[in-house]
Design a binder for this molecule. Structure first.
Ligand SMILES: Cc1cc2nc3c(=O)[nH]c(=O)nc-3n(C[C@H](O)[C@H](O)[C@H](O)COP(=O)(O)O)c2cc1C
Length: 175
């Protein structure tokens, strides 16, 4: 099995992270995998904002928690010390597809580097309710963006989850 296929098969969503910081060179490698994703018309439109500042990471978590309707104290990022926010300019028709592929690439690279990830949703709502503007401002970016998703990133606390067998009857051929 190729290394790539091994990562594709064995990557799982992680929902318990250690608080240990992730070295910047690893974060950079993961983001590099993201920005190398294919994109509609080759526009390379998605952006990735790496949030490691604890206070701001907690602020995003709290906003996400409120949108999700969870009680105070719940962390939808499961303790991950890094949040990678993926967004794309609103005028890009393939914004969500491009951003999703960016997230997928980053999940695989993180897994290959021995780190855990979980796609955390509700980025669209964050960007629609104005909170996204705060994230953009903090990163020094201006413009109108669609929030595509976040990646909770960090070292796995516990065992690697097992591979889940795939459902049947999802593949069809027309010969
Ligand atoms: C578009 C999308 C949104 C997701 N949102 C969340 C989320 O908000 N919180 C969460 O814990 N997991 C989220 N996940 C992770 C899925 O629950 C997970 O991928 C699925 O259960 C399959 O498990 P696996 O990733 O371990 O293969 C999301 C995944 C995708 C693709």
């Amino acid at each position: 099995m190729s290394d790539l296929m091994k990562a594709v098969r064995e990557r799982r969503s992680i929902r318990k992270f250690k608080s240990d910081a992730v070295p910047k060179e690893l974060i950079d490698k993961i983001i590099e995998a993201g920005v190398f994703a294919a994109s509609g018309r080759g526009k390379q439109a998605p952006i990735v904002i790496a949030v490691t500042n604890k206070a701001f990471r907690d602020k995003i978590s709290d906003e996400n928690r409120k949108i999700g309707g969870w009680d105070e104290g719940f962390d939808p990022f499961y303790g991950a010390p890094v949040i990678l926010v993926v967004a794309a300019p609103v005028e890009i028709p393939t914004a969500v597809y491009d951003g999703s592929l960016t997230l997928g690439n980053m999940m695989l690279e993180a897994h290959d580097l021995g780190l855990g990830t979980c796609w955390i949703h509700r980025a669209r709502e964050e960007f629609e309710n104005g909170f996204g503007a705060e994230i953009l401002k903090k990163a020094g970016i201006s413009g109108d963006y669609i929030g595509v998703g976040h990646l909770a990133l960090g070292y796995i606390d516990g065992e690697d989850p097992a591979v889940i067998p795939r459902r049947e009857r999802r593949i069809f051929y027309i010969d």
